[in-house]
Ligand binder design. Sequence first.
Ligand code: FUB
Ligand code: ZN
Length: 645
Amino acid sequence: MNMKTRSKYQKLHPLEHDAVRWQDGFWGRLHQLCRETVLPSMRQALDEPENGAVFSNFYIAAGMRVGERLGTMWSDGDCYKYMEALTHIFGATREEAILEQLDELIDVIAGAQEDDGYISTPMQLSADKERWTNLHDHELYNMGHLLTAASVHHRITSQRNFLEIAIKLADYLHELFVPCPPDLAHFGFNPSNTMGSVDLYRVTGDERYLELAQTFVDMRGSRPGGKDQNQSLVSLREETRAVGHAVTAGYLYCGAADVVAETGDQELLEGLRRIWDNAVQSKMYITGGTSAQHHGASQRPEFGGRAGDVHEAFGYEYSLPNATAYNETCANIAHAMWNWRMLNLSGDAKYADIVELVIYNSMLSSMSLDGITFCYTNPLRWYGAEHPLLSQDAYERWFISRCYCCPTNTARTIALLHNWLYSVSDEGLWLHLYSSSSVTTTLRDGSVISLTQESDYPWDEVVRVTVEAAPAHEVALMLRVPGWCDAAELTINGQTSDSALKPGSYVEVNRIFDAGDVIELRLPLRPRLIKAHPKAEDIRNHVAVMRGPIVYCLEGVDLPAGVSILDVYAPDDMGLSASREDDLLGGVMAIKGVARHITERNGSKALYLEAGNEREENLEITLIPYYAWNNRGVGEMTVWLPRRY
Ligand code: FUB
Ligand code: ZN
């Protein structure tokens, strides 16, 4: 076995799994919540018979319990994501009890695995189902998450118990898929299997698993009869658009980026870049959400529009409806995961901007502030108790659900986020995200650097980096200047740096550092009014408010009784200012300002009225971070406010 620490075609590389430790900051507090509340309560949910994901299936398949299959066909995959999250928490805490919980589950999973390596318990417990006959049985989704969870487990614990299960499974998959059976060409929905195969390749060094991952990528679009819904109509190498089911798309793009990192496949990378441009420039919500459609048709002019129906999917270019936005949490997280991979392939800060946008907004919005309940869709407007529910929408977040994919995805992303703060390259150490933490890592030349980062970002604008230990030679630190920040300032030991601080780039500080050196990056945070491309008709002539990476929203509960969000608009100057509210929503920076309130619509319920003659008055409003909405009961919410009534 030959654990790989470096992907040959990646510019930036991950740090050791234990290099970064959270301290008391925004993400440090969430990591603590994840450890103390989110995961223990999630374990209870995963033992609830009514939940969409359940551990009981493994016990039954292993012959350790008697009972019926419960949950969805993708239940196993969601259980593995929980185990992956727990493993990351073990990496941070080394708590024996976590290892024991994992070991117990791994023993059961080993017992559930078939002799030939196959494991997907919902299939194994369904006498009427046959392997590899229905895409929606989610076999590859379940297996892919196993491969990743086991690889992470081996990397962090050095144990082999989970890894052996993954190897046996991957050997089975290699034999089945690498010959490319034509009837399985488009098999794969939410294809975590490509990422999982590369993860296993990285911990074992076994080239067959990379070959398996390449096969999974190349299968798509390789035969007639593909569909946009699962990105099998056009091969990734020729693709120009982000289409179809947005989780399936995100996972596919992640897997392809992993293959590029190991093979340097430029044609595939070009495809991913084109898809990224299309997704980010015309199909992404301001929150980083990516799926505009619950159900619809794929827009594909080059096929005469006949690309088939889609659901839970990317929308048309510039079609970004608010109240009916789907924005599944898993899709948003997949988008962040893809951008994290593109960042490491290129070192381009535009990808880090999207990672940051998603994690603070359309990922965090999925979880209640107490870490116990979750949601699936993340719309940008809500009409309160009268909101017409579409598939998977809910009035309030829930503890269990018939589809439990999103909660475990959120938990594992919070649990692993310390891995996304930094990367190393031949040049030095890259700082992507800001939150109080400490890091000790080995640079590419074998020397060791230790830093602490102190910051109350995203509420506060100062990031203070103190060098704790550094090599006796020059080292480069690359600090990210976010794309939204046009007035960044940098000081080194109190002296203003004359380096260019271009928005959306990394500023390089290159010198021989001494212990005690302080680098201070100031990222001025002011409320910014954001407008959309004029083709985005749902939000044309609207504005949204952002401060740093945080998207704000207006909630009905913050309006005077009897005032509806529908009667509020944003005048040219709202006099917006931020204020720290320690008692609001767990402690947030709120934004206050003066909007206009239409006080009279002449009582008419008519769909159309002659414009004019509305009466209006000033209205003081308080905007809260979008991620914190729906924590104070069911009510109205909007991210976008019209410019004029
Ligand atoms: O496919 C299984 C789950 O249902 C996914 O995670 C969601 O995207 C939805 O398709
Ligand atoms: Zn989901």
